[in-house]
Design a protein around this ligand. Structure first.
Ligand code: HEC
Length: 132
């Protein structure tokens, strides 16, 4: 193989990698729009006193991935203070979502609006899910 071929090959492989990552966020956004937007809103701002914001939320960009996975799978209505505020609505469970779906949603909400945290892989979701 000559150098030019190797260069082209590297270019193609890089393109695929970028494509795969971009698609995860597109899928995450689609799932967010069908499952989460009604409460958390398009801008991630939530609804005061009712639905917690995801934009700028310390837990959403934090490192407790197991908690985030559990909330998406099982729903959430613990009514504890989140960044100093309380929310009265109850979040619905999503027991049908696969690990890869949850990874795409988490990647989307952790990198959207003003959030700039790491993306999450399906393997991380699987590991977090088995921790409980
Ligand atoms: C029926 C409305 C509703 C839907 C739909 C909903 N949520 Fe929620 N979500 C809430 C409410 C209300 C809370 C806060 C509950 C509490 O404080 O007890 C919450 C909390 C959260 C939290 C914790 C935030 C924090 O600061 O700790 C995350 C993460 C979250 N939701 C993500 C999602 C995702 C992702 C989806 C879509 C798969 C989703 N929610 C769908 C209402 C909803």
């Amino acid at each position: 193989m000559n150098y030019r071929r190797i260069l082209i090959l590297c270019f193609l492989m890089g393109g695929f990698a970028i494509n795969a990552a971009a698609q995860d966020l597109v899928k995450g956004k689609q799932l967010y729009e069908t499952r989460c937007l009604v409460c958390h809103q398009a801008d991630g701002g939530g609804v005061p006193n009712m639905n917690a914001p995801l934009d700028g939320a310390s837990n959403v960009v934090g490192t407790d991935i197991a908690r985030l996975v559990r909330i998406i799978k099982k729903g959430y209505s613990e009514r504890v203070a989140l960044d100093g505020f309380y929310y009265g609505n109850a979040m619905t469970a999503n027991p049908d979502l696969k690990d890869v779906d949850i990874a795409n949603i988490l990647s989307y909400i952790r990198t959207s609006w003003t959030n700039k945290a790491s993306t999450i892989t399906a393997a991380q979701v699987k590991a977090a899910g088995s921790k409980k």
